[in-house]
Design a protein around this ligand. Structure first.
Ligand SMILES: Cc1cc2nc3c(=O)[nH]c(=O)nc-3n(C[C@H](O)[C@H](O)[C@H](O)COP(=O)(O)O)c2cc1C
Length: 192
């Protein structure tokens, strides 16, 4: 069984999120896969009421969200690797999270992610700001809850703006590797 799903949540190709996603996968010995929600054709929630009427279902069937959820619930750990956009997740990643609303009405013991972990790896261009990650972290906390997953401690980095900034920042790369090692130990105790 694969160990990790890494969601590289920037629409920019080849930037910091894509590079960080590769580093995370490396930390898992390549056991897993990277998906890019921005390329996945994920439609936004339309608040149609279907999942309220029939918990666990969604009226938007067969689009990119289903492929992500299938991958997510076949591994012990999913890592959201995301830049901050206006103090939040980029729109495509937020669309994916909104589609997790379908499990809100499902009893906790029956949610599909129970026994699995969700880890946030977030960064922004700003060099400081205690509230920079607040919006994204709250969203991911409740995304994990909706799916029945447990939330891991986040890895956060400041000052990453240009697409190669993480490649140039050895301290940020090392912090990322350490976070990934801790997540692996939590998700797969026998291998971590
Ligand atoms: C639309 C947009 C909004 C952004 N908003 C913020 C922000 O609120 N705070 C911040 O620190 N950086 C912000 N940034 C900068 C990105 O977080 C930063 O450039 C990041 O490294 C991009 O990641 P990537 O290389 O994976 O695309 C924004 C960038 C874009 C394109």
């Amino acid at each position: 069984m694969d160990e990790v799903l890494v969601l590289s949540c920037s629409p920019r190709r080849g930037g910091n999120a894509d590079f960080a996603a590769e580093l995370v996968l490396e930390a898992f010995g390549g056991s897993g896969r990277i998906m890019r929600p921005a390329d996945g054709g994920i439609g936004p929630c339309r608040s149609c009421g279907r999942c309220e009427a029939v918990p666990g279902t969604c009226s938007i069937a067969g689009d990119g969200a289903d492929a992500v959820f299938e991958a997510m619930f076949s591994v012990p750990l999913t890592v959201f690797v995301s830049p901050v956009y206006f103090y939040h997740l980029p729109a495509q990643a937020k669309a994916l999270v909104d589609r997790m609303q379908r499990w809100w009405g499902v009893p906790e013991a029956e949610r599909p992610g129970r026994g699995r972990l969700l880890a946030p790896l977030l960064f922004g261009a700003r060099r400081k700001g205690v509230r920079l990650f607040e919006g994204s972290l709250l969203t991911l906390k409740y995304a994990a809850a909706a799916a029945g997953m447990a939330l891991c401690p986040a890895s956060l980095a400041y000052g990453l703006e240009g697409p190669s900034d993480l490649r140039r920042d050895e301290a940020a790369r090392e912090a990322l590797r350490q976070a990934a090692a801790a997540w692996r130990a939590a998700a797969i105790p026998e291998r971590g």
